[in-house]
Design a protein. Sequence first.
Length: 161
Amino acid sequence: MKNLELDGMGDPVLVRTNQRLLEVLVDQGARLQMACGGKGLCATCHVHVTAGAERLSPVTPRERRSLEMLVDRRPSSRLACQAKVLESGVRVALPTGRYLTASADLEGLVGRRAEEPVLHPIDGRVLIATGKIITRSRIRELVEVDYDVAEMRTRSLTLRR
């Protein structure tokens, strides 16, 4: 068993060797979209490895292509569905913000200020910044970024890893 630290989520957790970060984060209650079902296609399980990146499995070509889509990627960026824990000493942080899965998700929040950044589901850019008022006109602008998570997951089940 290996130790893994999750920034802001309490004590280190024990994980199996070669266990994917995604499994650990989901078990710990992390809010990740996993829109592609863990196939490394969508980048909605984007995390930042703040320590021990060399103790994870290498970045795969698929992961590299998906990470290239992200606006806020850093040298420490990984996809939790692709990164496997090889040794103890890894520390992971989640990007700040809430991924938008459909503009309808914001309908109930019209007139309120965004409590956290609202992020684009594909490239991670900030669509509504923290503290900005969510307006109906802004939601109409976001219709173009709507996507059907259920459909994306269904399609991803037909792909091989």
